[in-house]
Design a protein around this ligand. Structure first.
Ligand SMILES: Cc1cc2nc3c(=O)[nH]c(=O)nc-3n(C[C@H](O)[C@H](O)[C@H](O)COP(=O)(O)OP(=O)(O)OC[C@H]3O[C@@H](n4cnc5c(N)ncnc54)[C@H](O)[C@@H]3O)c2cc1C
Length: 503
C-alpha cells in the first residue's frame, strides 16, 4: 500500500479518560511521524470525573505505554486492588470477595473448586474465600507485588489499581503531549458530513476554526456527539436487565485507620448499591441507583449516611441509558469510552472496555479507503465483549435472596439473557463453569460471584471421587495452611505504599 493512502489526520474529540488513553496509545505506537494526532477537549463541559477502580488487565496497558508503575501510583495518589467486596447482595448481613486470582490449585486435572464443593457440601471445610490468597490478604489489608518464589501463591499475585480519575487523565495528557499529540481546548459546535458518502469531513469549533480529519475518535462521553449526534448510529437499550440509570458521586476524607484495605467495596442498598474506593488521600464514594425507585435527594441522603468522613465537594450526578451503540465504528468514526455504550460500574469494567477498544482499533487500524469487513469485524467483537460483561453484572442482581424491596423483587423476577441462564443452570447442577471464547471474566470470577451470590450446586464433578476423601481433606488443609502462612509474610498495603509509591 502506498503511503498516500494512509491516515494522515486523527482527530480525537474528548479529553476524559477515554480520550487520553486513546491519544497516549496512538502516540506511543504510531510515533511522531506516522500521522497528525489532535485531541480537542472542552474545559467548559468537563469530564465525568469517576472511573477510579480498575481490573488487572490495566497492567498490560501500562506496559504497552512503558509506564513506571510506582511513579504512576504516586502521581495518581493510587492504591492497589486485590478484588471487590460485595456486601448485602445475597441477603442483608452477607458478604463475599470476588478476588483477582485463583482459589486453591487444581488437583489431578480437576478444578480445585469441585474438590472443595464435595467437602463443603458435607460441612467439612471453610468457605471458598479462605482458599484465595487475594481474598485473605485483602481482608487483612495486606499487599505486595508477585515475587518469584516457585510454587508459592506469592508468585501469582494478580492486582489492579484504584486512582484519582482526574489525576489519571492528567497523567496521560502529559504523556501524550510529550510524545507529540496536539491538544486544543475548545468546544465542537458542529459536525460536517461529506455529501458523497456521509463520512465525517470536519468539525467546527466555537472559536470558528474548522478541523478536518481522516479518522475521528468520539470520546465525548455520554453525549456521543459524533457517533450519535452526527451519524445517528442508533443504540441497543439494556435497561430492562440492568435498571440502575443514575449515580451520585461524592468523595470524602478517609477516617483515621491503621488499615488501608486493598479492595473496592460494593454495598447493596434497598435499590442499587454504593461504591467505596480507598485512595491515598481520600475515599471515592458513589451511589448507583434506579431513578424509578430512588429520588436524587434520597440518594444523596443515603450516600451521606454511608460515608465515613467529611464530603469533599458537591454531589456529582451522572445519568445514563444502559446499553451499547449499534455500531461502535461507523464510517470514519470510532466511539471509545462512554460514547460507545455503558453498563454500570459494578465490576469496574469501564476503563477495561476503553483499553479493549483501543487494542482492537490498533489491530484494525484503517487506511483512507476504510474496508467495511474490518469495520464489521470490529463491531461484532465489541458488541460481544460488552454482552459478556453485561451478563456477568446481571448475575449479581438476579441470583439473590433479597426480596425486601420492589427493586429486588423486580431483579429476582426479570427475564435474563438465555446464555446467562444456561451458565447458572450448568453451575447449579454439578458446579461446572466454562469460559466462552473472548469473554473477559474467567472461571474464577464466575465461581466467586455465583457462590458468593448464594447459588448452590446439587452435585460436583464425579471424577473427584477418584481421590479418597481423607486425601482430599489433607490436600485442602495443606492449601489452606499455605495461603494463611503466605499472607502472614506479606506487608500491609500501608507499608508497601510508604516504601514504594507514597504520594
Ligand atoms: C458512575 C460511574 C462510575 C464509574 N466507575 C468506574 C470504575 O470504577 N472503573 C472503571 O473502569 N470505569 C468506571 N466508569 C466508567 C468510566 O468513568 C469511563 O469509562 C471513563 O471515565 C471514560 O469516560 P469518557 O472519557 O468516555 O467520558 P468523559 O469523562 O465524559 O469525557 C468526555 C470528554 O468529551 C468532552 N466533550 C464533550 N462534548 C464536547 C464538545 N462539544 N466539544 C469538545 N469536547 C467535548 C468533554 O469535555 C470531556 O473531555 C464509571 C462510570 C460512571 C458513570
Amino acid at each position: 500500500m502506498s503511503r498516500e493512502n494512509t491516515i494522515k489526520k486523527v482527530v480525537i474529540v474528548g479529553g476524559g479518560t477515554a480520550g487520553w488513553m486513546t491519544a497516549a496509545t496512538m502516540a506511543k505506537i504510531l510515533g511522531r511521524d506516522y500521522c497528525d494526532i489532535r485531541l480537542i477537549e472542552s474545559d467548559q463541559i468537563g469530564t465525568v470525573s469517576v472511573g477510579e477502580a480498575t481490573i488487572p488487565q490495566i497492567s498490560l496497558f501500562n506496559k504497552i505505554l512503558g509506564i513506571d508503575e510506582n511513579d504512576f501510583v504516586k502521581k495518581t495518589k493510587g492504591t492497589f486492588k486485590l478484588g471487590i467486596e460485595f456486601v448485602d447482595w445475597t441477603k442483608k448481613g452477607g458478604g463475599y470477595i470476588h478476588p483477582f486470582g485463583d482459589h486453591g490449585t487444581n488437583m489431578d486435572a480437576i478444578r480445585f473448586h469441585h474438590h472443595w464443593l464435595k467437602m463443603h457440601q458435607q460441612g467439612k471445610v471453610p468457605d471458598l474465600e479462605e482458599y484465595s490468597l487475594a481474598a485473605v490478604a485483602a481482608r487483612q489489608g495486606k499487599f505486595m507485588r508477585p515475587e518469584n518464589r516457585g510454587n508459592s501463591p506469592l508468585s501469582q499475585i494478580n492486582y489492579a489499581f484504584h486512582f484519582d480519575a482526574t489525576l489519571y487523565a492528567d497523567y496521560l495528557r502529559d504523556y501524550s503531549i510529550e510524545r507529540g499529540v496536539n491538544r486544543t481546548e475548545g468546544k465542537v459546535v458542529d459536525v460536517s458530513l461529506r455529501e458523497s458518502d456521509g463520512y465525517i469531513d470536519s468539525l467546527l469549533l466555537a472559536s470558528g476554526e474548522r478541523v478536518a480529519g481522516d479518522l475521528f475518535i468520539d470520546c465525548t462521553g455520554f453525549k456521543a456527539l459524533l457517533i450519535e449526534g452526527a451519524l445517528k448510529t442508533g443504540f441497543i437499550d439494556w435497561s430492562d436487565v440492568l435498571p440502575c440509570d443514575t449515580a451520585v458521586a461524592m468523595p470524602c476524607m478517609a477516617k483515621e485507620s491503621d488499615v488501608l484495605y486493598p479492595y473496592t467495596q460494593a454495598k447493596a442498598q434497598k435499590a442499587g448499591w454504593i461504591w467505596r474506593i480507598p485512595l491515598q488521600h481520600r475515599v471515592g464514594n458513589g451511589y448507583v441507583y434506579p431513578s424509578k425507585y430512588v429520588s436524587d435527594d434520597e440518594a444523596v441522603k443515603i450516600l451521606t449516611e454511608e460515608m465515613e468522613g467529611e464530603p469533599i465537594g458537591e454531589p456529582n450526578f451522572l445519568r445514563w441509558k444502559t446499553g451499547v451503540r449499534k455500531k461502535g465504528w461507523n464510517k470514519n468514526c470510532i466511539a471509545i469510552g462512554l460514547s460507545a455504550g455503558f453498563v454500570e460500574p459494578l465490576e469496574s469494567t469501564g476503563l477495561h472496555l476503553i483499553q479493549g477498544a483501543i487494542s482492537k482499533l490498533m489491530g484494525f487500524f484503517p487506511h483512507q479507503g476504510f474496508d467495511q469487513i474490518d469495520i464489521d469485524t470490529y463491531n461484532a467483537q465489541s458488541k460481544k465483549e460488552l454482552e459478556y460483561i453485561r451478563d456477568f453484572i446481571i448475575l449479581h442482581y438476579k441470583a439473590t435472596d433479597r426480596d425486601d424491596s420492589e427493586f429486588w423483587r423486580y431483579c429476582q423476577a426479570m427475564d435474563i439473557p438465555e446464555r446467562l441462564q444456561a451458565k447458572m443452570d450448568l453451575y447449579q447442577s454439578n458446579g461446572r463453569i466454562f469460559r466462552e471464547d473472548t469473554e473477559l471474566f474467567n472461571e474464577t470470577s464466575w465461581l466467586a460471584v455465583m457462590h458468593g451470590q448464594g447459588l448452590n450446586p446439587s452435585g460436583y464433578h464425579p471424577l473427584v471421587d477418584i481421590l479418597p476423601e481423607d486425601e482430599i481433606a489433607r490436600r485442602l488443609d495443606h492449601i489452606h495452611a499455605v495461603i494463611q502462612k503466605s499472607v502472614e509474610t506479606m506487608p500491609t498495603q500501608k507499608d508497601f505504599i510508604a516504601k514504594n509509591c507514597q504520594a
